[in-house]
Design a protein around this ligand. Structure first.
Ligand code: FES
Length: 150
């Protein structure tokens, strides 16, 4: 797997994989959605505390590959304090970046999330990077059920 990651922003990804941020159950979460990648069996649970349209807190539990763990760790850091509208806009930007449809990428706008731009070169890795974000999308739509990348 490390060869696959060679061209990615390895240091940030490895750091977030080894020391995931916001890796905890949130007792007072008011949104909780499970994301599942059936291709590999990896799953995560995303917890959000949303008040007055703003994400006050975000955390996760679960186990996944280095990219999915780094992606959800980075995501929980970045969406904290954002409004639901802002988080939804980030989801769309991230999805464009990871799936490679946008050939005129504005990586600066994505800040730290740009470390995952390299997955667009590795189709098998796109779902690893977007699992967290599809789970967030379901949470923002207030869907409480599990979501699957397939
Ligand atoms: Fe399972 Fe990456 S291999 S999410």
């Amino acid at each position: 797997m490390f060869e696959d990651l060679r061209d990615l922003y390895q240091e940030v990804i490895f750091d977030h994989n080894r020391n995931p941020r916001n890796f905890r159950v949130m007792a007072d979460a008011n949104r909780q959605v499970e994301g599942f990648n059936p291709l590999c069996g990896d799953r995560l649970t995303l917890f959000l505390k949303v008040e007055d349209g703003t994400i006050r807190d975000a955390s996760f539990q679960g186990s996944g590959c280095a990219i999915s763990t780094a992606s959800v760790s980075l995501m929980t850091e970045i969406i904290k304090g954002k409004t639901e509208t802002e988080a939804d806009a980030l989801f769309k930007q991230f999805h464009e970046m990871a799936t490679g449809k946008d050939h005129d990428l504005q990586l600066e706008a994505l800040g730290k999330l740009a470390v995952l731009a390299g997955v667009r070169e590795y189709p098998a890795r796109v779902k690893c990077a977007t699992l967290a974000w599809h789970t967030l999308d379901a949470a923002l739509k207030n869907q409480q059920q599990s979501i699957s990348t397939e």
